[in-house]
Design a protein around this ligand. Structure first.
Ligand code: SAM
Length: 217
């Protein structure tokens, strides 16, 4: 019996539904996935709190609401191949693995990738592949992607990610300065790579996207 179940239920009601998350599949996934399995032992008590938490390497697991908002924005139907940049704890990866066909995720810290792989394996997510590297290059061999999610703040949209988006694909990314960003959704409307709709999903605050097409160290 999962003793965290009621806390999870409360998180979904008071942090997600109450703030307008409506996608039933996203709500169901967040009600199901044990966030506490992605949290360091000393912080277990705060596993379902309304904010980000440290995960090591000066990085964070994102606020549950932000995970829900970004996932909802991807509008997943179940058959997608998804690229995630910034695996972190692997919690967002697990949500994506519930809602899509395959998830490819890139993390720059090997230590975080190792921990995330372990947590995902313990939950039997076998449709996930995590690689260590600079995600701002994307994952050329596996492109194109139906959905791309970047879970770190970028100065601008990395050009390779735009190129690796499939027609009708959605790219969700925080863009701004190193303190505050705007969550943007890009939808590629047709075969023409320039035919892109951009939407502003509101303000947010993320750790830096560090890499060739991100911030420099
Ligand atoms: N979604 C994650 C979760 O639920 O735990 C939180 C991710 S955390 C806010 C951002 C992550 O992006 C960090 O783990 C960081 O190391 C990673 N990151 C930053 N720049 C990166 C890059 N160029 N390539 C891959 N990962 C990167």
């Amino acid at each position: 019996m999962d003793r965290y179940r009621s806390r999870r239920q409360k998180m979904v009601d008071s942090q997600l539904r109450s703030r307008g998350i409506r996608n039933v599949e996203v709500l169901r996934a967040m009600e199901k996935i044990p966030r506490h399995l992605f949290i360091d032992e000393g912080l277990l008590d705060r596993s379902y709190s309304d904010g980000p938490l440290p995960i090591g390497e000066r990085q964070t697991i994102s606020q549950p609401y932000m995970v829900a908002l970004m996932t909802e924005a991807l509008a997943l139907q179940g058959g997608e191949k998804v690229l995630e940049i910034g695996t972190g704890s692997g919690y967002q990866t697990a949500i994506l693995a519930e809602l899509a066909d395959r998830v490819l995720s890139i993390e720059r810290f090997a230590s975080l990738a190792t921990k995330a792989r372990k947590a995902l394996e313990s939950l039997n997510y076998y449709n996930v592949l995590i690689r260590v590297g600079d995600g701002t290059y994307g994952w050329t061999e596996e492109a194109p992607f139906d959905a791309i999610i970047v879970t770190a703040g970028a100065p601008d949209v990395p050009e390779p990610l735009k190129k690796q988006l499939a027609p009708k694909g959605r790219l969700v990314i925080p863009v701004g300065d190193r303190h505050v960003q705007t969550l943007l959704r890009f939808t590629r409307l047709s075969e023409d790579p320039g035919d892109i709709r951009t939407e502003d999903l509101g303000g947010c605050r993320f750790v830096d996207l560090i890499g060739e097409y991100g911030w420099k160290g």
